[in-house]
Design a protein around this ligand. Structure first.
Ligand SMILES: *Cc1c(COP(=O)(O)O)cnc(C)c1O
Length: 394
């Protein structure tokens, strides 16, 4: 961060635009250039000019993104150099690197009983055959999470909050204490909230995971992932594995993600406002049997969300009267809400989790209701969004 910004800690919006992004030393370019390069000339063997030797190990555009991510999740830890960000080719690449750094064959992890389907698939089909087993637990029930831990063997308690797709809210501070009591770390997938709405490291978590594909990138034009860690020793091991396993973010992807992050705060404010208005339509609708949104006073995670989040986010799920066929028909009738997977972009999306994003969880403890519809509420004009949903519901 530029010292000229003054001694008091810069605000979130300022960090989003400037952290890790000094004007380019060589040219004065105000945004970090895309260093689309694999290798760097050396002045004599080992004589590195700018500290760079090969772009899997380090690249200036990726470094800018990594510093920015660390500052957004933990401003003072990033300034002190103890919190570090690492950017990966995708959210799942980040998750895989974390699992293989913290766990070994014989380890155990606690995972959510509602989670991104790909995260479940990683634990079930990749980590488990490697020798790491897991227990799914209801994250809203602290005692259930404690009971799922196997002392001595559990290395990680892995949570998502709010969860995908049921928007359950886990108490980060309480679960950090439970994990730490048992000698495990708490990992928080912060994709749904983004660091603008929630900063898990400041609540006691050890590692934050992101699919930067979603709100951080924000424009549905790049796939990426990140880890942010405030333990210097674990951060060092993760960085070692980032290079040794090699699932890094490319320079252009890092640049697109940085560009998206600059407007994260203003986008999130509008995502939240639009989502709130959409829930107003849904809760009163006779074709809707249940609405999941942490901003609703009747949602069971509402009080915890108020305590640990700035606002309630842009994701809304609901159950449609009439079962799976009726839910699929709502998805098919929507026009402005584009039928598609993913979330967190400026454009609104609608999907049927049971047959789309969460199809890989069918038959597992993470199976989702078949009458569920999930919305990623975008930042189009509110009247257009509400009008489209009203017509799609029929
Ligand atoms: C999309 C997503 C992931 C996976 O990220 P990719 O970038 O698709 O690999 C992980 N967690 C959550 C909550 C997600 O929504």
């Amino acid at each position: 961060m530029d010292a000229s910004l003054g001694s008091s800690a810069p605000g979130f919006e300022t960090l989003a635009i400037h952290a890790g992004q000094e004007p380019d030393a060589a040219t004065g370019a105000v945004v970090p250039p895309i260093y689309q390069v694999s290798t760097y000339a050396q002045d004599g063997v080992g004589g590195l000019r700018g500290g760079y030797e090969y772009s899997r190990s380090a690249n200036p555009t990726r470094d800018a993104l990594q510093e920015c991510l660390a500052a957004l999740e933990d401003p003072s830890g990033a300034a002190a150099g103890t919190t570090r960000g690492l950017a990966f080719a995708s959210g799942l690449a980040a998750e895989d690197t974390l699992v293989r750094t913290v766990c070994a064959p014989g380890s155990h992890v606690v995972i959510p009983d509602d989670a991104y389907g790909g995260t479940y698939r990683l634990f079930d089909r990749v980590a488990r055959p490697w020798g790491v087993d897991y227990t799914p637990a209801r994250l809203t029930d602290v005692a259930a999470v404690r009971a799922a831990i196997e002392p001595g063997r559990t290395r990680m308690v892995w949570i998502e909050t709010p969860t995908n797709p049921l928007l359950r809210v886990a108490d980060i501070a309480a679960l950090a204490a439970v994990a730490h009591e048992a000698g495990a770390i708490l990992v928080v997938d912060n994709t749904f909230a983004s660091p603008y709405l929630q900063q898990p490291l400041l609540l006691g978590a050890d590692v934050v995971v992101h699919s930067t594909t979603k709100y951080l990138g924000g424009h549905s034009d790049v796939v990426g992932g990140a880890l942010v860690c405030n333990d210097p020793e674990l951060g060092e091991q993760l960085a070692y594995h980032q290079n040794a396993m090699g699932a890094v973010a490319g320079p252009f992807d890092a640049w697109l993600t940085l560009r998206g992050i600059k407007t994260l705060a203003v986008r999130m404010d509008r995502h939240c406002a639009n989502a709130r208005a959409v829930t107003d339509l849904l809760v009163d609708h006779d074709r809707v049997s249940e609405v999941f949104y942490p901003g609703l006073a009747g949602h069971d995670g509402h009080d915890v969300a108020v305590k640990q989040m700035r606002d309630f986010g842009g994701m809304v799920s609901f159950r449609v009267v009439g079962g799976q066929d009726a839910a699929v028909a709502v998805c098919d009738r929507a026009r402005l809400f584009t039928l598609g997977e993913s979330l967190g972009g400026v454009e609104s999306l609608i999907e049927h989790p049971g047959r789309m994003t969460h199809a890989s969880a069918a038959g597992s403890p993470l199976e989702v209701p078949d009458d569920l519809v999930r919305l990623s509420v975008g930042i189009e004009h509110l009247d257009d969004l509400v009008g489209d949903l009203a017509q799609a519901l029929g």
